[in-house]
Write a protein that binds this ligand. Structure first.
Ligand code: PLP
Length: 433
């Protein structure tokens, strides 16, 4: 059997180009990271060949003795990495990614058209938390369940818990979702628990963005207050692309969470687990218990703070005024430009970040901000000094965008810029991921 270079030079070539791009660019997308070589080895291994529907010891196919050992090890490491007592908490490591993990939870604890509340997409929430527009139910979550989003207080940039409480009291959701894709602060779990209890709702945290920070105890612990915690495994956690669902080993609001969630994953929504991913995840969760991992996560936060304070010094308005985690959200509207143009210009200079809605945006199509994250470049060894330089590069990019906007007004290039900010162009990318 041939290796990739011989079997398919075309795909090999594309991989090489992507590797070069990743190597040469400043990767500032808050949801991305560079995983470990050992994780990539496991992901590229023979584990991909095996079917293993079911759970360890309860499979629908033979030949699973090693896969059982692997999945059991992965589950144990997942609980250990998040400091959980295996008598009180369980975990399913089979979700194919973050969005499927969330939908699996919804189908486990809700009936079709039950109500749920998550953070609005334009205020930093994720599509899978129930996004819909006044005209269209966009995500499967809002198609199959009734969704009402809570929002930030636009003047503070913080989750408006009082308003959430008021809305929950009227809407009576069965599930409240904490967690976000573009929120620079931590969540107030005690307050959310109180709100959920008052209306008889489950409380779930989607810690996809911050699971590395949670494992390292750099941010508050959602497990102290939530019934269910989901996560992706490839963001701050630094693992392979995948997902996990943690659940209390308990009956909550009449639902046995362990069996409901396991059944929702398989046979409810998935078939055979991706064992190569589970192998990579087990490796990543071993790293996640090391002192080096904790030091890395502390650096992710201190680097982000350095970036935030330099941007503030340069006169930028940051949503919520700063950051407690791995990302900052810059509001570009006071400068008369939008995030789409800045993203495009910085891309030309190999600085990769994404346009993002900021609270109060008139349109999600031409968002007024950019989201900048520190995990990936911290993995590559950047310190606060380099992140201060990154802020200066971004500032230059913004100045060039402002000048370019001025220069092209009335020219042919303006058509191009119009395209960049047009619905077709903007919708091709997600508002945030
Ligand atoms: N949840 C949150 C908070 C996210 O930010 C994301 C993706 O960025 C997801 C879920 C979905 O993860 P995936 O893209 O792996 O489906």
């Amino acid at each position: 059997d041939n290796g990739l270079s011989e079997a398919d030079p075309e795909v090999r070539g594309i991989i090489e180009k992507e590797k070069e791009r990743q190597f040469k660019s400043l990767e500032l997308i808050a949801s991305e990271n560079f995983t470990y070589r050992a994780v990539m080895e496991a992901v590229g291994s023979c584990l991909t060949n095996k079917y293993s529907e079911g759970l360890p010891g309860k499979r629908y196919y033979g030949g699973n003795e090693h896969i059982d050992e692997l999945e059991t090890l992965c589950q144990k490491r997942a609980l250990d990495a998040f400091h959980l007592d295996g008598k009180k908490w369980g975990v399913n490591v089979q979700p194919l990614s973050g969005s499927p993990a969330n939908f699996e939870v919804y189908t486990a604890v809700l009936k079709p058209h039950d109500r749920l509340m998550g953070l609005d997409l334009s205020h930093g929430g994720h599509l899978s938390h129930g996004f819909m527009t006044p005209k269209r139910r966009v995500s499967g979550t809002s198609i199959y369940f009734e969704s009402m989003s809570y929002r930030l207080n636009e003047s503070t940039g913080l989750v408006d818990y009082d308003k959430l409480e008021e809305m929950a009291d009227r809407f009576k959701p069965k599930l409240i979702i904490a967690g976000a894709s573009a929120y620079p602060r931590d969540f107030n779990y005690p307050h959310m628990r109180k709100i959920a209890d008052a209306v008889g709702a489950f409380l779930m945290m989607d810690m996809a963005h911050i699971s590395g920070l949670v494992a390292a105890s750099v941010l508050a612990n959602p497990f102290d207050y939530c019934d269910i915690v989901t996560t992706t495994t490839h963001k701050s956690l630094r693992g392979p692309r995948g997902g996990m669902i943690f659940f209390k080993k308990d009956t909550v609001l009449g639902v046995d969470l362990e069996s409901a969630i396991n059944n929702a994953v398989f046979p409810g929504l998935q078939g055979g687990p991706h064992n190569h991913t589970i192998g990579g995840l087990a490796v990543c969760l071993k790293y996640a218990q090391s002192p080096e991992f904790k030091a890395y996560q502390n650096k992710v936060v201190s680097n982000c703070r350095a970036l935030a304070s330099r941007l503030t010094e340069l006169g930028y308005k940051l949503v919520s005024g700063g950051s407690d985690n791995h990302l900052v959200l810059v509001d570009l509207r006071p400068l008369g430009i939008d995030g789409a143009r800045v993203e495009k210009i910085l891309d030309m200079a190999s600085i990769t970040l994404n346009k993002n809605s900021v609270p109060g945006d008139k349109s999600a199509v031409v968002p007024g901000g950019i989201r900048i994250g520190s995990p990936a470049m911290t993995t590559r060894g950047f310190t606060e000094k380099e992140f201060i330089a990154v802020a200066d590069y971004i500032h230059e990019g913004v100045q060039i965008t402002i000048d370019a906007k001025r220069a092209v007004s009335g020219s042919k290039l303006q058509d191009f810029m119009r395209f960049v900010t047009s619905p077709e162009f903007s919708l091709k990318d997600r508002v945030s991921d």
